[in-house]
Design a protein around this ligand. Structure first.
Ligand code: I3P
Length: 128
């Protein structure tokens, strides 16, 4: 509840639809399962919402549904990872806890904006 309240008090930095698959949990490799996900960047957290058809950019606000999962960007690592997929425009996000996600968009500008925005947040957190 406190963590949620903290997230809500922070500013929405970016939100949009990306394809997502988790490929590792605590360093343990997982089988890929690509799904469209509504991705919301608020403060230090990247949140993933299910079923983008019934979700929108207001989904993270009070009274709306909880994210499917949430990633703490502190200490996270970002890298382009086109070699890890047959899809184009793929990058990998690795958390300090060893969770790894691939994020993808068919639209070059969309994925580049996400990459640079996430890298800026990670860099900012590294300096704190
Ligand atoms: C996987 C599925 C993924 C694919 C993955 C396949 O098969 O086709 O979309 O990843 O390739 O193994 P399954 O559904 O049977 O698990 P990409 O779309 O990212 O290429 P991979 O094993 O080479 O990662």
């Amino acid at each position: 509840q406190d963590a949620n309240a903290q997230q809500l008090s922070q500013e929405l930095e970016k939100a949009g639809l990306l394809n997502k698959t988790k490929i590792a949990e605590g360093g343990r490799k997982l089988r890929k399962n690509w799904n469209p996900s509504w991705v919301v960047l608020v403060g230090n957290s990247l949140m993933f919402f299910k079923d983008p058809k019934t979700q929108n950019s207001d989904s993270w606000k009070p009274g709306n549904s909880c994210p499917e999962s949430s990633v703490d960007l502190r200490g996270a690592q970002l890298q382009w990872a086109n070699e890890l997929s047959s899809k184009k425009n793929v990058f990998k996000l690795r958390t300090v806890t060893g969770n790894e996600f691939l994020l993808q968009s068919d639209t070059d500008t969309v994925i580049r904006e996400w990459y640079s925005t996430l890298q800026k947040v990670i860099d900012r957190l590294d300096k704190e």
